[in-house]
Design a protein around this ligand. Structure first.
Ligand code: ADP
Ligand code: MG
Length: 231
């Protein structure tokens, strides 16, 4: 289980200070397809980064398979970090423009010290799963479409076979048929590996269609819960 427990995140200082996520709790189980929706600016991407262990919350905690995770990013032990991967909302901002796509996808294998003799096989497996051709893999990010780059970003997130995958609006920039084929690839991959997937989208119809369960971020905080008022 990957869970956020009463997570609060604030940005800025002094009068500029805003609370982006206010005491949100959410749990993602292995094999589950959980949807997270909410309007723009409601804190979805911020919560995604906390759950992906890339940002430490200002309040609350994140628990990964029972263990409270302290710190964030490179401060998190490698064995924990590799179990959770994030597909960023904007692949153009998240992918290094100087690297060809095959190197983009291979990068986590290098960073996590996977044996080099396994790289080619893992790369071939995952790029085929997301529908990238060998030719596309030789190109730079500026030489491919948004949809193709998003496939590479997804392959990169899948290459270490994470237990939990957080996809932040992975199809927002894609046309409907590309969106459908990307989500089908993700579903296939999940059936093969049993990962838990959190699909973040502002598209409620899409979420209802693809996910087992859908939550709205505005309903994740205790104080936002409707119910009797205690006096
Ligand atoms: P969503 O993904 O639901 O659109 P975000 O998590 O991106 O929401 O943003 C939540 C709030 O936090 C917004 O008000 C946004 O402007 C603010 N915000 C997001 N990232 C930053 C940042 N790095 N610095 C300051 N404010 C931010
Ligand atoms: Mg967002």
């Amino acid at each position: 289980m990957l869970s956020a427990e009463q997570v609060t995140v604030r940005y800025g200082r002094g009068r500029q200070r805003i609370t982006a996520v206010a005491g949100a709790s959410l749990a993602l189980a292995p094999g589950q397809r959980l949807g997270l929706t909410g309007p723009s600016g409601s804190g979805k991407s911020t919560l995604a980064q906390v759950l992906a262990l890339l940002r430490a919350p200002d309040g609350g905690r994140v628990r990964l398979d029972g263990q409270v995770v302290t710190g964030a990013g490179l401060g998190v032990p490698r064995q924990l970090r590799r179990r959770v991967q994030l597909v960023w909302q904007s692949p153009r901002a998240a992918v290094d423009p100087r690297l060809r796509l095959d190197r983009v996808v291979r990068e986590p294998l290098i960073a996590h010290g996977e044996p080099p003799e396994a790289h080619s096989r893992l790369l071939a497996e995952v790029t085929e799963a997301v529908g990238l051709t060998r030719e596309l893999l030789t190109r730079y990010p500026h030489e491919v479409s948004d949809g193709q780059l998003q496939r590479a970003a997804l392959a990169r997130a899948l290459v270490l076979r994470p237990q939990y995958l957080i996809c932040d609006e992975p199809t927002a920039m894609l046309d409907v048929s590309t969106q459908a084929s990307l989500l089908a690839a993700l579903a296939d991959r999940q059936q093969a590996g049993g990962a838990g997937i959190l699909l973040i989208t502002h598209d409620r119809v899409l979420a209802d269609h693809w996910c087992d369960e859908v939550r709205d971020i505005r309903d994740l905080s205790l104080r936002a819960q409707p119910g009797p008022v205690r006096v």
